[in-house]
Each structure stands twice: as structure tokens, then as C-alpha cells.
Design a protein around this ligand. Sequence first.
Ligand code: PLP
Length: 380
Amino acid sequence: MNWDWLNSDLQRLRDEGLWRDVRTIKALPDGWCEVDGRRVRNLSSNDYLNLAHDPRVIAAVKEALDEFGVGAGASALVSGRSPWHERLETTICDFEGTEAAVLFPSGYAANVGTISALVSDQDVVFCDRLNHASLIDGCRMSGARMRVYRHDRLEILERELQKSSSQGRRWIVTDSVFSMDGDLAPLRELCDLAERFDGRVIVDEAHGTGVFGASGRGVCEHFSVEGRVAVRIGTLSKAIGTLGGFVACSRSVCDWLWHSARTQVFSTALPPAVCAAAVKSFGLIRSEPERRQRLMSLSGKFRELMAGRLSADGEGPIVPIRVEHPELTLQMSADLLGAGFLVGSIRPPTVPHRTSRLRICMTAACGADEVERLAGLLSR
Ligand SMILES: *Cc1c(COP(=O)(O)O)cnc(C)c1O
């Protein structure tokens, strides 16, 4: 087989500084990791609250592993779910304050499955241009007419809503925290618009759950719009520290997703031990609010130190440092690694051309002195 056409495309990626290497790293407790034999601070992970290595979460997993084995074996509709799946659903309902919750194999699958199940090809879906790929894929797969808007220009969204024909339903789909810029969606304004134009809002709280809001329920809680948002989608793989996606919703939406969310119906259920980990993590998020308070104060301090150097104004633990050129971004992240910090270098196609950046994901495990040292290195 001749792959020359692929190889020339690959060479072009190398030439443009867009080549992506997958590094092998060893995660260590307390937000550290080992890269090439050296211990460095991991500021590229979304394990914001340092729960992935919490001994109590690990103990819960071991216990569930011994009792329920490693894999679920089939999708929940085919072979049933384990008591841990049921317990996790109840835990999510209690935590989120919703009637029902549905689990998915990942946050990606939750977004694609939920949107394509709820939105029909008669509908119009308004999608933020900076939404996560899984939301965009879900919107595309729904077959609905798609209108892309930007959350810094809501007057355009308003005009589009006004123009849209009323044949089907209108949906507004948004991230709660934009994952590459770290800013928050204007959820109050989006809910106002949805209410004026008979629309429904779907919010992806991937980076919100456990991090924002007085109880850690996310940006919907932070802006007090939980009752105005139709469906909240979350992931268990970021602040919760494990793996999986979930939808917190009404009983009707839950029943519908059990029948028509293809990424849930046709995919094997999460391993029971993963559910046990998530149940424990939600408990810790509730009982140890100091974790997110510390995360927020470290993030605020770092943002203050980096004022003027950020790609976007935002709030919370995702802090993008503007670099622009992809090669320089790679060079700077290599230098930072040498100085003991692992940070993400974000380049096209993940972000638009000339907006390459270093993406710092703060963790509650980081020391205040480390934050100062990192800011000092970045300011040079
Ligand atoms: C990470 C992420 C997802 C996907 O979640 P996974 O559980 O990793 O599949 C969805 N939406 C946003 C905004 C994300 O950042």
C-alpha cells in the first residue's frame, strides 16, 4: 500500500511546527509527574482538585474491583448495570439537584449522544464558535440547521434568533468554560435570549463541575441559571478525576436518552470501579470545599501575575498565555519543562492560526511559591 499522500501531508505538519508528539509520562501523587526521569509539576492535566490520586478514591476503586471485576462486559441495556452505576446516578442527581442522570462512556460521547438525540433535523441549533469538538460533532450529527455565533457578540446571535424560522425548535449549545481560553459563557444572557425566542439551552460543564459555584456544581450554579438551562452535560474525567460522561436532566430527557442516545445505547457501560471512584470523588467535592477554594485563589493569583500576557480574559484554572507562533510555543514549553513545569502547548488546528498559546491548567496541589516562580519564568 502506498501512503505517499499521507506522508507528504505529515511532512507539511512538521514543516509548519504543527507536528504532535505523544509523550509518555508517569503521573505521581499530589499533582506531580515524571517526564524523562525527572519529577515536574503537572500543569497540563485537568485533574484540578487532585482527586485522581486521592488515597480514598483509590481505596474505593480497589474494593469495587475485587467485588465487580474490571470491565462491565456490555452496554447497560443489554446486560444491565452494576449497583455502582445506579449509585453513581443517584449521587449525580443528589449533587446536581436534578430528577435524573444518565451515564456515558466519556464526556465526548455524552455531548455527541445527547445533542444528536434531542435535536432533530427540523430544528435550528446555535453553536458557539469556540465550543468543544464534541458539541460541534453532536450538532452536525443532529442534521439540524447550524448557526455559529460568538459569545463576545451576542447581538449577532440575537439577530439570528430573530431571523430563524419557527418550524422546529431552537437550541443554544455552549461550553460553560471555554477550554482553550478559560473564559465563562455568558449564561444569564444566553438564557434571556433563549426565553425571548422560545429556545432551549444545553450547557457542557466539562470544566465547570467541581470547580465553579458555591457547591461546585459548575458555572450554571455560579450564575444561578440551573433552573433555566434545559440540559447540563458533564464529564467525570476532569475535576472528578476518573472517566466517563453524564447528563443531569429531567426524568423525561433521561428516558429519551436511554432509548435514543446512540453513544450510550451502543457502547459498553463504564467499568463499575470507575463509577465507584466517581461516587467517592463527588463526596469529597462536597465535604472538602477548601480544594476548589484553594484552586480558585491560586488561579486568581497567577492570573494577576500574568496580566497583559493572557490570550483571553477569563476566570478560574485554565490560563492561556499568548505566544502566537507555534514553533515558539513549543520552544517555551520545552524550556518550562526544563525548569520543572509541564504545560500544554496549544497550536492549530486546536486554536486559530497566529493564536498559539501555552495553556496552564492550575491544580489545587500546586504551591503558592511555585505559582510565583512560574510567573517569573513566563515574564522573562
Ligand atoms: C474534555 C472535554 C470534553 C470531553 O470529555 P471527555 O470525558 O474527556 O471525553 C467535552 N467538552 C469539553 C468542553 C471538554 O473540555
